[in-house]
Structure formats: structure tokens, C-alpha cells
Design a protein around this ligand. Structure first.
Ligand SMILES: *Cc1c(COP(=O)(O)O)cnc(C)c1O
Length: 379
């Protein structure tokens, strides 16, 4: 076991859905400069690609592509590569990330239909069924697994089943779930699953990745209207040139990602990581409710990733935020139009001990007379 004491501690834990708190082992891996064109580096890329398939329990019928940028770049890459030359996507949105897919489609001039649902509701499979029966032009179904806007978990199995009954290509934004929630990619017939380095795999930001059914990916040749986001081209270069990226790659992030994957396997794979996240989330919710907070989403729809809480009466989020930050925790504001909320993520290199410490800080805040102070504290 290496000793990572030489890596500085972070100033606070990130209770946010990515970037999130990483281990010292992951951060230590960033301390070497590597050449993006060198074969030693390219072997790391190939190792990562193979391990992603292993993690998802997939064989050579599937393949992976790594793509520079934040997660959105990977979503955009799939959409512009799959739909530029014909086809029509049915996009379902019950939060910001679903809407973002529609915005990508709109800006790139891709044919699509957007169904919007309230943020409290999961995807309604009957509604999807109805549209698929009526609109024969639809070729693709695109939706978000865990909608990070609220933490709601969409009914993946049911929606994939309908899509496959109608022989549609499935594009799944599993950004905030892959690695933390088991997804049967083969069994569900998912064609393109998108995630990124800095979510449940617990790496640092810099690239996203796509797990694709090989057969579906091969259809995308010469399809993209974007050069840098051309999924097929990116894949073709990686696949046929032993892990080579077309353009400069986030070398430090890639090296850190390999360590993060190693940690995930050592933890016992996705099943065990899911169990840890679920324990943290359950403990968080139980204790927040004890302190008088209410969850925004019906509990039966909760993901083990992030939870949305309603403000308490006369609640000042800013003062709450700085109070917790000073004590070593950074939380996330809400993003909803119809309710005053904040979010607490529990993915990352976190333990139950961390959640307990957080709860005792929140308890202190709830009882603290300084609650009304509005401003950022001076240190
Ligand atoms: C994080 C996230 C994304 C990507 O966001 P970026 O800021 O581009 O990394 C997309 N979809 C979901 C559901 C996410 O949680």
C-alpha cells in the first residue's frame, strides 16, 4: 500500500453531484505529466476502455469511447452523431438535464419532440407508448436515468422495454448514475450510455465516456455535423490506433480515472458502491427529517445519489451554506422553479462518519441564533 500523506487534505468535502470528493490516491495520480501521443499513455486509455466494459459486464458486442470535455460534451457528441443525417429523437425531460438534451437538439437543428413533465414526476411510460404509436418518424428515445436536478430516478426498465418493443435506439444519460447504480446495458438493449469521469466512478473532471453497442455505433460513420464531437471518428481513432485520441486529451484526468476505476473494483464493483451510497442517503434523509427538513421528491422515487430538501421556514440558504462550508462541507443550491430547495449529494469518497459529522453541523445550525446572518463570514 502506498502512502499518500504527501497529498494535501481538501479544505472541504464536496456534497455535490460532481465534481465530488476524490481519494488521495486518485489525486496523487495527477502529479505526472504524460504525452497524449505516447504509447504508454495510450495503453492506459485501452486499459480504461476494457475496464469500463468489464464493470458493465459487457463483451465485444459493446465498445467505449472517451470524449474530452464535461459530461454535456459527451451527450452532445452522441446526439449530433446519431441524428445529424436523419432520424428523430423523442426526448423526455423531468429536469434540467433532460431539457439540456432538447436544447442541444434544437441548436444543432436535429429533429426531435420534447415531452416535459413536472420535476416531481418520473417518466410516464404510458405517455411514451402513446407518442411512439402516433409518431412513426421517431427513431431514437433519449432520456436521463437519475435526473440530478432533483435526484429522481426514472423507471429505466419500463422505458427501455417500450423503446425496444418499438425497435427504437436508446440514448441514456446515465451521467450521475453509472458506477453507483447497476444498469443492465445488454439486457435493456441500451445503444448509447453516457457518463463522465467525475461522477460515480469518483474521478476528477475532464472527460466523459460513452458505452455503445458496436452495431449501433458503426452506423454513425460520416454522420456528425461537428468535427470535435464526432463520436464515430473519435471511436475509430481510439479503436484502430490503440487508444489514441484525435486531439489533445486530459492526460492527468485519464491517469486519475484509472486509479478511480481501480478503487471501484476494490470496493466490490457497482453493487457495493450502490450499497454504500444507499446507506449514506438513507442516513442523511432520516436525520434531516428528524431535524425538521422535508424531501421534495416522493421517497419511492429517490435515487441514492443526491437529495433535494425544502427550505425550513425563514430559512437563509446563504448563511446555511457558509456555516457548513466553514465546517468542512460544501452543499448545492436547488434548481427548481416551483419550490425553494437545496440539494445534498452523497456520492464521492465519503463515509457514514462524514454524513454523521454533517448532520451534527446542521443540527447546530438549526439551533443556532446566528441563523439570520446573511453575509459571507470573514475569516
Ligand atoms: C452532471 C450531469 C451532466 C453533465 O453535466 P456537465 O456539467 O456537463 O458535466 C449531464 N446529465 C446529468 C444527469 C448530470 O448529472
Amino acid at each position: 500500500m502506498l502512502d499518500y500523506d504527501f497529498i494535501p487534505d481538501n479544505d472541504y468535502l464536496l456534497l455535490t453531484p460532481g465534481p465530488l470528493s476524490t481519494s488521495k490516491r486518485v489525486r496523487a495520480a495527477t502529479l505526472k505529466d504524460l504525452c497524449t501521443w505516447d504509447e504508454d499513455y495510450n495503453e492506459i486509455v485501452q486499459d480504461i476502455r476494457a475496464k469500463l466494459l468489464k464493470l458493465a459486464d459487457l463483451n465485444e458486442d459493446y465498445t467505449t469511447v472517451l470524449m474530452q470535455g464535461s459530461g454535456t460534451f459527451s451527450v452532445e457528441s452522441v446526439l449530433v452523431s446519431a441524428l445529424s443525417k436523419g432520424g428523430k429523437a423523442l426526448i423526455f425531460a423531468n429536469g434540467e438535464y433532460g431539457k439540456r438534451m432538447a436544447k442541444i437538439a434544437q441548436m444543432a437543428g436535429l429533429h426531435h419532440t420534447l415531452i416535459q413533465a413536472p420535476e416531481k414526476n418520473i417518466i410516464c411510460e404510458r405517455e411514451i407508448l402513446k407518442i411512439l404509436q402516433e409518431d412513426k418518424d421517431i427513431t431514437h428515445l433519449a432520456f436521463v436515468h437519475c435526473e440530478t436536478t432533483t435526484g429522481i430516478l426514472n423507471p429505466l426498465e419500463k422505458v427501455c422495454k417500450i423503446a425496444k418493443d418499438f425497435n427504437k435506439t436508446i440514448i441514456l444519460d446515465a451521467m450521475s448514475s453509472f458506477g453507483g447504480i447497476e444498469v443492465d446495458i445488454r439486457g435493456l438493449g441500451i445503444d448509447f450510455l453516457i457518463s463522465s469521469a467525475n461522477k460515480c466512478i469518483q474521478g476528477i473532471p475532464g472527460f466523459g465516456f460513452i458505452i455503445a453497442k458496436r452495431e449501433s455505433l458503426l452506423k454513425l460513420k460520416d454522420n456528425s455535423r461537428s468535427l470535435s464531437l464526432d463520436l464515430y471518428d473519435q471511436w475509430e481513432c481510439m479503436e484502430n490506433h490503440n487508444g489514441k485520441w484525435r486531439f489533445t486529451s486530459p492526460t492527468h484526468t485519464v491517469r486519475a480515472f484509472r486509479e478511480a476505476l481501480g478503487e471501484l473494483f476494490e470496493e466490490g464493483g457497482i453493487k457495493m458502491r450502490h450499497a454504500r451510497y444507499a446507506t449514506l442517503q438513507k442516513n442523511l434523509v432520516e436525520n434531516m427529517e428528524r431535524l425538521g427538513f422535508e424531501c421534495y421528491i416522493d421517497k419511492k422515487f429517490h435515487s441514492p445519489i443526491i437529495t433535494t430538501f425544502l427550505y425550513l421556514e425563514r430559512f437563509n440558504f446563504k448563511s446555511f451554506y457558509y456555516f457548513l462550508k466553514q465546517r468542512g462541507f460544501v452543499i448545492y443550491p436547488g434548481k427548481l422553479s416551483d419550490a425553494q430547495t437545496f440539494r445534498i449529494g452523497n456520492i464521492g469518497n465519503l463515509t457514514l462518519e462524514d454524513i454523521k459529522k454533517l448532520i451534527s453541523c446542521i443540527e447546530e445550525y438549526v439551533w443556532c441564533p446566528r441563523r439570520d446572518s446573511n453575509s459571507r463570514p470573514q475569516n
